[in-house]
Design a protein around this ligand. Sequence first.
Ligand code: ACM
Length: 739
Amino acid sequence: MKQCKFLFSLLLLIAVGAKAQLPIIPYPNKVETGKGFFKLTKSAAATAKLIVDPQTTAVASMEGYHLSVTPTAITITAKTKVGAFYGMQTLLQLEAQSKNIPVLEIDDAPAFGYRGLMLDVGRHFMPVSFIKQLLDVMAMQKMNNLHLHLTEDQGWRIEIKKYPKLTRVGSVRGGTLIGKYPGKGNTNAAYGGFYTQAQLKDLVAYAAAKHINIIPEIEMPGHASAAIAAYPELSCFPNEPTQLTKNMYATATENKIKKEGGKIVQESWGVFDDVFAPSEYTFNFIENVLDEVMDIFPSSYIHIGGDECPKTAWKRSSFCQALMKEKGIADEHALQSYFIQRVEKYVNSKGRKIIGWDEILEGGLAPNATVMSWQGEEGGITAAKQHHDVIMTPQGTCYLNFYQSSDSRDSIAFGGFLPLEAVYNYNPIPAALTAQEATYIKGVQGNLWTEYIANKDLASFMLYPRAMAIAENGWTKTKTGFDHFTNRVTMWQPILKQKGLHFSDHLYNVQITSKPTAGGIHVSIGGVGAAHKIVYTTNGKLPSVQDQQYTGPITINGDANLQAGVVVNNKITDVASASFSINKATGANLSELTNAPKAPYNKSGNNGFINGIVANDSRFSDGEWLAWEGKDIEATLSFAAPTSISKISTRFYNSRGSWIHLPTSVEVLGSEDGKTFTRLGLLQNLDNSKEGAVTVLFEIKATTVQYMKLVAHPVTMIPAGFAGAGNPSWLFMDELIVK
Ligand code: ACM
């Protein structure tokens, strides 16, 4: 017996030593593999014995399970039906790979009680059949909450019987912005869609059978344009026409409301001033709407939005000002708190709880509210310290609508950059919390906002594989490492394919970095697990598996376009590219930089604008664009020897919807001693009619200098009518090229 135990331990060690690679996502918390297989002759579901026993001591947690596979039996033990269901999901994942189920013992339970995904069906409507496909995969990956963002400025998507115009008027917009905000035009084609109550009830039942709760979100008091278009009395100013975004392309609807006035469902993206008035009419409307919502959705959580509510309308509304005076409400932030607290009281009176985005902290949190922390971790930290429950979904690590790769062939996405590894490495417990405070962190959620996601295939391409990392963050207490995870993702891809879901094969964030030297620049390609081969070209062609293999730094000494990709399963994934410009500024000494670029737009370092790599044309988040927030760029280069210069250029980024403006002036100066500088050129009134990268070029009489200084001034206060009005703008600068 003793010897037998020893042998078993030895086998175990071998398995652990080889880091067993079971194709399971999220990875179980304790896996012990043995020798041999159970050979399935029927389906796993028909074969496994399930023991549900509330008193069992084999399992500690209510959602936990024990899965035992021996050559002769498969047994799942759990305290609850949901635990048994999760045990079965693990088994189904094994079955999807092979009819030979390896002998093993798994003890498993989730790290967090809430493991969620949010789908924004307001900006773009997603079919019920697709949501069911997502529910199938979510269940297999042990996620238990689907948050449906049902109402937005651009569309109201849930049938409310008492207010038929919400869907008749509010679910249809007259057109949709084309391209990245502020866009390249408007489709001028009606776009709409909504779910009937019967469809939603069916969806709720479908999800419940898979132990998934659906949380409905009804946005208030902001992001309410669609509801206001249907019922203008919800606005503080029912008779004012809908305020349109500055720079919005004239559309048929816009021209119509210019002539006729009235409210419309928004056709462009953004945050709009026309929000719900905190009136009895509105509260009565909200209560009636929520009655129907709570009738459809048994969820204990009802999401009431609460984010991005501008206070402009409330400030200029005499009704709001009188109400604040009457109720002793100090300011408009406190008015938002009054609004949310009133709704909370109603929701609580029906035995439900509210959940809201972290702006519900403004002016004081409603007594029983759960906070969804999206602007970062701060909202979650504040709420947890106040002993409120929290769901973590910080945009920097959980917004799955951000770019997932630097592959310029991917379609446009929301601004940020969130590769798979950054999602995987996220720990939902903020470091700032004590162990006791951390108990208020109930879970984690990935969010898919759909401004730039017009159809289900793109939605699922953006979700997978990153949603798998969210699933793992919510479940697995001790992570097994990114390489172990990506191998399992690769094993999972055929399951997604078989379920008819699109997925991205972006696994790695291939990073191209440079080190200027005397003979050119040394370029390194990294960010990929050691097990995978990287191939590359330098002529701008996409690499194939037969191309040059990367083995160490490459020397580049002229203009070139590097394309590098990772070989996974004999296919190229994760193509990253870099354009190089080797010029007189490349590798020069940066002798002074008055203000350093600001995180996260400082990845290539303070001298990233003289590292020989030109930034991506269309993505300001590629790491090569350096950015300053409200501060001057003032950079002095010293050359190795007196240098004749005649052509100086760089690029600035123009994306005013993202608070990124061109500089008000750009100046180049030269010096022989580094003390006395002479102006060599000045440019003002740059042409900002074009969005994206804008070139600034100085062509001057050849001048010999030892030092060269570049100065660019930002827009210090963003003017009214633009996103972020009143705040300092960002300056984004590319490579400095000196010839
Ligand atoms: C949000 O992204 N406005 C919650």
